[in-house]
Design a protein around this ligand. Sequence first.
Ligand code: SF4
Ligand code: SF4
Length: 325
Amino acid sequence: MSYFVESLRQLLGLKPVKPTPEQIPIPVQAIYKEKRKTPLTREALHAVEAGHARSANRHKWRNRRWITLIVVNLLFVLSYVLDVQLVEGALTASRVIGFHLADLNSALQVTLAYKHIVVNLLIGTLTVLVLWILLGGRTFCSWVCPYHLVAEWAESLHLWLAKRGWAIDIQFHRTVRAVFYVIFALLALLTGYTVFETISPTGILSRALIYGPGLALLWILALLAFEVLLSRRAWCRYVCPIGITYGLVGVISPLRVQYNMRSCHHEGDCRKICMVPHVLDVTIRGRAQGLTTDIGADCTRCGLCVDICPTGSLSYTFKGLEKAL
Ligand code: SF4
Ligand code: SF4
């Protein structure tokens, strides 16, 4: 199945397709066969993982991402506080050195609510669209969205509590995110009001950082409490329409995470750490249909799997520039 079709299916919440043995090319089958003949012992695997855990690159992409996310959001704050008009507005709609920029999902909501295309919004939206096509689509989620960062920290607390039996992870069907997407679009269309924007933790946090805290932060706290105690990363996984909007952009983005099945041990460290683990089903033994596979567009390009993979089987790629990188 093509990358585009498989990405769209996964964005809608459907399960990744499991290939039949006939769909797996002979060279890939030969590598699986070879691995089965010489399986890695548990001790050897732990030694590989421990060696990697001690390496300097253990948090390379996570650290780069956190710094980028904090700097981008600080630019908005400092521009407002110091009144330098370098970056004006908030993440949902802004002006960067005089250029209008509009978050794609907010622009969609505004267009549906007002039922006509605002020209200024169109220019800003197209600029942002091109930018995020080049940068990877859901890269917005993990590299820019301030809620992603606090939810990521909350997730660490959730995992710590869950390990001790003090938190649970209620898992919903992933199709609910697509259902919410339609509901928010219909609400904008029918009420003439961008309902999602009033409850979006991305917008609330961005505005709170720039203009100061307000009562809306109580909603963020409630969301985080739900995620910490009851359902791991629930908002991003099951609700947020921004993820689908940028995921659709990511379908045509050349920036992807790529999987190399040859070196993989299939133990699944990457799937345990990933917020959208279905995109990594290809790392399960017998799932790859090629020596290399591009991870689907629901991937946020956060780099956590690239960092954690003890064998370097996951890496960033930019289609068309592989040789130059
Ligand atoms: S790709 Fe995933 S399953 Fe394979 S070696 Fe890396 S972390 Fe382990
Ligand atoms: S596949 Fe890797 S880069 Fe993509 S969201 Fe999961 S952990 Fe992040």
